[in-house]
Design a protein. Sequence first.
Length: 122
Amino acid sequence: MNFIVRWLVTAIAVGVAVWLVPGIGIVGGTEAWAAIAIFGLILSLINISVKPVMQVLSLPITVITLGIFYLVVNTLMLYVAAWLANGIFQVGIDIATFGSAFVASIVISIVSGIMNALVGND
């Protein structure tokens, strides 16, 4: 049940990022909500499996930059999720520039944090 809540929170956060950030668009012939749901699922799986490894590997740089490099790790995870979603399912989000992906990762982090606090999910 915890994963389903995480998936829904991530999908809603991605939807907000697509709505707010210029340069982030929806890809695929399906409905927008389906593309965001599939992308949210892939991003949730990446955040559970790959992201912790990346955080440990980038820990020295993160400490030196006082945590700012963590935002770059989030942006890279967003790029990986977009690449996988577009490659496997031909749906997801299209990222125009690194700057738009960086801003989108910040928006996703903020919205996810707020929603996790509201639903009581870690």
